[in-house]
Design a protein around this ligand. Structure first.
Ligand SMILES: Cc1cc2nc3c(=O)[nH]c(=O)nc-3n(C[C@H](O)[C@H](O)[C@H](O)COP(=O)(O)O)c2cc1C
Length: 385
């Protein structure tokens, strides 16, 4: 049996977990470790056990991981597992990933989640509640998880199919397995989506329908429709090859940071960090001035790592400053932010160990107020230990 761990990590937390899982698996079966960028999805068919990992972004896996999963070949007869790292709100991701991979024929034999640090959530206080994770204890758990997945896969391959777990469902299931609509912190935010029929490639392309975790897009309707189950996760509009899905309404302006590059500060092409590390290849320097395409996830990694501070978020007041209000109000009003409530509960249940004292949380300093550049050095964040 041959194993594979494939992952995306913007700032290193998922990478650490992936490396630990790989260590654990390697003690049992021969296992490779790669990023989603470094493997052709078709090559995954050469493996018998496949673990796929992602940070949680917008209560789901990242769009580049979703696209990778979409491009996988049929994987009937093979075993798989999923894992993630996340901040204070571990919601939605397994609901999004597990059924999607099962439809590819993969038998999902397990799942695991770990807290991670937050560097590029611009409205997050810094230090953040979950900073310091994953630590040595987390990584020892991840290694044991990798070992367990490899051992279980061997038993499943030997006929013990009763070891394939059912995905938790219903109101008592962990929030990781629930669909999570993106409402707050964009109150009343569900923007209307519309398909520009002039640029839409349907019927040759059905990618938006295929990747939608809510199965709510009907391209055959006239005009194409987005059903009420839409959780506003934005996979459709970000992954559409032509950018034909447009967001309309007031909320649309607040959903995605509008960015521009100050070319008096930018040192492209000597420096290409933003291009190299953009998970969606969404920076187009062939245009003058450079543009961010519709594929931009709004992850703000480029802003975080630009050595010159050349990237400006034009609508920062409508996006991050607005969302920061939630945390600062919570501080003043007795900490009733829903994310903090979740964290307190996770701590009470023994699922979360704080590594930053409450008094040390950067209550007065959200990430977007950091002025030094780079705000965080990408080489430090991704360095191997
Ligand atoms: C754009 C964006 C969206 C995020 N959304 C969530 C979320 O919905 N829930 C959550 O718990 N954490 C969220 N996070 C925090 C990350 O999941 C967390 O920091 C993770 O450990 C980062 O992993 P990485 O270092 O491998 O990139 C988000 C981070 C970013 C940048």
């Amino acid at each position: 049996m041959k194993g594979l761990v494939v992952y995306y990590s913007a700032t290193g937390s998922t990478k650490k977990v992936a490396r630990a899982i790989h260590r654990g698996m390697s003690g049992v079966i021969e296992t490779d470790l790669v990023t989603v960028k470094d493997i052709d999805p078709d090559e995954v068919a050469d493996y018998d056990l496949v673990g796929i990992g992602s940070p949680i972004w917008f209560f789901r896996e990242t769009a580049n991981v979703r696209l990778f999963m979409h491009r996988l070949p049929r994987l009937d007869g093979k075993s798989g597992f999923v894992f993630c790292s996340h901040g204070t709100a571990p919601l939605g991701i397994f609901h999004s990933m597990v059924p999607f991979l099962r439809r590819k024929g993969l038998s999902i034999i397990g799942w695991g989640d770990w807290y991670g640090s937050a560097y590029q959530v611009l409205h997050a206080p810094k230090p953040y509640f979950t900073d310091g994770h994953p630590d040595g204890i987390d990584l020892a758990e991840a290694e044991a998880f990798g070992r367990e997945m490899a051992e279980r896969a061997l038993k499943v391959a030997a006929g013990q199919s009763e070891l394939i777990p059912k995905m938790p469902a219903g109101p008592d299931a962990d929030l990781l397995f629930h669909p999570h609509p993106i409402g707050e912190p964009f109150p009343g935010a569900n923007p209307t989506r519309a398909v520009d029929l002039k640029t839409c490639l349907h019927p040759d392309c059905t990618l938006c329908e295929d990747v939608c975790p809510a199965h709510c897009i009907q391209l055959l309707d006239d005009p194409p429709s987005f059903g009420p189950e839409c959780s506003n996760c934005s996979l459709c509009n970000r992954l559409c090859p032509t950018g034909a899905i447009v967001l309309e309404g007031e909320a649309a302006k607040r959903m995605q940071p509008i960015k521009r590059i100050d070319m008096t500060k930018c040192s492209y092409p000597e420096c290409r960090l933003c291009v190299t590390y953009c998970p969606m290849d969404s920076l187009d320097f062939s245009q003058d001035p450079p543009v961010f395409t519709h594929a931009c996830e709004g992850c703000d990694l480029c802003w975080t790592i630009c050595p010159e501070g050349a990237i400006e978020i034009v609508n920062l007041k409508d996006t991050h400053a607005k969302m920061w209000e939630g945390f600062s109000n919570a501080r003043r009003g007795g900490q009733d932010h829903p994310f903090l409530e979740m964290l307190r509960q996770a701590q009470a249940e023994g699922r979360f160990r704080p590594l930053v004292e409450m008094d040390d949380i950067g209550w007065e300093s959200p990430v977007f107020s950091i002025t030094r550049t780079p705000r965080f050095d990408i080489h430090d964040l991704l360095k191997e230990e």
